[in-house]
Design a protein around this ligand. Sequence first.
Ligand SMILES: [Cu+2]
Length: 166
Amino acid sequence: MNGFRIKRAISRILDRGACADSKSVRRTWAKGLWIGVAAMLLTLAGCKHPPTYTGPPNLIIRMVMKKWAIVPDRIVIPQGAHVELSIISTDVEHGIGVPGLYINQPVQPGETTTVRFLAKTPGTYPMDCSVLCGRGHDWMKGVIIITPGPKKAAEAGVPGAKPRPR
Ligand SMILES: [Cu+2]
């Protein structure tokens, strides 16, 4: 009788043990899942966007992307400007890419692509075509220069810059 009880007690303990094991396996899975979700959220939170502004732009720059050039290919912007790039393509799909300003937008032919950003930090920001568009794709390069200090767009010699009508 005693031997039977001991066997039952042992099997109960073993059962509990097995149960605890599967629970801990489940817990480990749940932990892994939460860590995965947290990592994903952190990655998304870490995605950079161009520094932006509210209200209307005070500097609109019209640009043309075509085989194989970005026109104008040198854009000088005074620091602090509320910039709107208004970009068209005259032939195939291109893309405006300015990694330093976290800009990467496709530019479809027949559509105007608008990119807004605050010219926050002075510097030289290389730009290029971000969509593989053909054999001359690598030649499609340019630069955005944000000059320090408050200057009017005209003084900074912004090509294609037009003040917003008031
Ligand atoms: Cu391209």
